[in-house]
Design a binder for this molecule. Sequence first.
Ligand code: GLY
Ligand code: MN
Length: 463
Amino acid sequence: MFPTKIYVKRRQQLQQKVKSGLILLLGNEESSMNYTDNHYHFRQDSNFLYFLGLDQAGLAGIIDIDNNQTILFGNELTLDDIVWTGPQPALTDLAARVGVTKVKPKNAIASYLKKARKKGQAVHFLPPYRPENKIKLSEWLGIKINGLCSLVSIPLVKAVVALAAIKSPEEIAEMEKAVNISGAMHVAAMEYAKPGMTEAEVTGKVHGIAVSGGGNLSYPIILTVNGQTLHNHYHGNVLKKGQLVLGDFGAETAMHYAGDITRTFPVAKKFTAQQKEIYQIVLEANMQCIKASKPGVPYKEVHLLAAKIKTEGLKALGIMKGDTDAAVKAGAHALFFPHGLGHMIGLDVHDMEDLGEDLVGYDETVKRSSQFGLRSLRLGKALETGNVITVEPGLYFIPELIDRWQSEQKFSEFINYKKLKAYRDFGGIRIEDNVLITKKKQRVLGTHIPKTIKEIEAIRGQK
Ligand code: GLY
Ligand code: MN
């Protein structure tokens, strides 16, 4: 945990921004996997962690702005609980660690909220994403579950986004740790993978490193020879020489700050000539887009820069043709780059995505596009000092998408479908780093993770 004063300051800042009423912050409950007592690994709500810091199930907090007090609601363990869980600190002691002096039993929250609403106090709450918390909100506030969404407090969402999007020095230090554990996972995958192994064997190896780092995975591991499928969680394929392994995985630290790194390496000791050509285009986009990410620059522009670099590169290989700007404006490049260049990252791998992608990544000046590819960009607005973002360009050859577009002769003025035949089984390449926006420029977080062809082949050639 951070020092107490950090949580106190964050809540003060939140109060100042929201101004009146009360703010209800729901921690998460244990979540059952296949029967009540068999739980998924517990993950606290990130907003609760940010303002109230406590990493245990069954808590809720109220920041009563009008009465200038914060109350933690939760139940002390019974002796019966302690038999199974062991002794835990008293709630009053836990609360004191985050500067909260008032603790009440969990069942007192409904009457607190009822009284407040009777007095005309507004109850600000964030979009709930877990069923248990939807039910609680519905019962406590007397709102039907399907009506909760429209009553979410937009001023509260905006206040949380404004605060949490700017990372403090101690958060940056945690994120640096997360990237370093994630980097160790990637180097281990490159060192360990051999032809004949399954994807699952390599996946198990890297998962262990995340756990050894004191936290866990920040999202389910993508480690696949079918990198053209963007969120591919199947790990049953056997690695064969000539294929590429796309690994998109990262760790979160014990404090839950996330790393999100992607590397692509050959199953063989070396990339093929064809793989090298595509790899080099993606690497160029990765490096140029990192350099272009600066305070004041809309990230949508950086995404479009990636699209242009890739279009130019594919034109040089004869896969695309025509005017680059016109191809990118029309969205022809999205056949090979159907996702966004990146997103904010912090306590969540897609930071604050529970609050609404558009409220986090867009604003009055930059609106979300509806064009295929560009519409998947989660962050479009101008970058600010203190943001931490991912830069993750990729190139993919998705047979199903190619077939559809080819049958429609879609963008045939920009795409050479004949040439694409030789790339049908290519797979995909993505290279992703986590980048802090500094006062004037940017800095890639963590120690360098091998990413040039030379660096990767040096590791792959070691065996
Ligand atoms: N790491 C997966 C993603 O960013 O979607
Ligand atoms: Mn990512």
